[in-house]
Design a protein. Structure first.
Lengths: 160, 160
């Protein structure tokens, strides 16, 4: 199928939460996200990459900014329970996403997105992708500039 | 909107590639993915979480298994160019995904997926999510068991 980049989306009302030094065995991810779901916290992105050199994992996720205090309290207990490392919280993020179809069979799309952001000297702080959505977190103050750079790169009108 | 988990998908023909000790400034992600796209490598998942304690980043991505050797060659040059840490390659992964809509406004879906896998003692090695797709990498030999656990949890018929 041909690739179609349909639009660029910007979200500025999120906070990025991370927990590191997390033990890497079955049940740990559930231990983190079940308490959040019990409190009806909406979680948007979740990323977990490769473990660190000690075999510990790190999970980063985004929530609505107004939930931050509630999330921090929950995560403090989770960290205790898991014997995890440190919980980080960053409210200064914006999520910039490219929405498309068939992006997996078109290797260049993610590369073009990353290149377009780098031309504006925008640092990419988190990446989470799927075939139809490539999302990056950038500094909130760079959000509008990021969107414009992507509109230009993909020759798009502003997504409504 | 109400959440609708539509199906579970399993992919067994992938390899997980990671690069750590990556400098965290604009242009680096492009440096990694442009050479891959030049060689027409299809990249599926890309995850980048929070930087490590030295401020270095780590990026993990998946490619079709038959591209592995080609990718490793490209990544060796990239690592050199970036002064990065180490390139890892793992062909023993399966990708298990939940496909749905409105999953973000239903905090429990990811938690239920993680819990269902943990009940089968399946370790989650990577997570990448969006509103309509939650993907986890597990050991390839656990792939079928993971799919069955998720069908059971979400009361689904096998996705065609
Ligand atoms: C770190 C976390 O994902 C763990 N591996 C689990 O399976 O729950
Ligand atoms: C690590 C990588 O994502 C880097 N921060 C960049 O912007 O390209």
């Amino acid at each position: 199928e041909s690739v179609l980049v349909r639009g660029v989306a910007l979200e500025k009302n999120q906070a990025k939460i991370s927990i590191d030094g997390v033990p890497d065995y079955p049940g740990v991810a559930a231990e983190i996200f079940e308490p959040l779901s019990k409190e009806n916290i909406n979680v948007d992105l979740i990323v977990q990459g490769a473990p660190d050199r000690e075999g510990k994992s790190e999970i980063t996720f985004t929530v609505d900014r107004e939930e931050t205090e509630k999330v921090i309290k929950i995560m403090a207990k989770v960290k205790e329970k898991l014997g995890a490392g440190k919980v980080g919280c960053d409210k200064g993020v914006a999520k910039v996403s490219i929405v498309g179809v068939g992006m997996r069979t078109h290797p260049g799309v993610a590369a073009r997105m990353f290149k377009a952001l780098s031309r504006e000297k925008i640092n990419i702080e988190l990446i989470s992708t799927s075939e139809i959505l490539i999302s990056c977190l950038v500094r909130e103050e760079e959000g509008e500039k990021a969107v414009q750079a992507l509109h230009k790169e993909f020759e798009l009108e502003k997504m409504q």
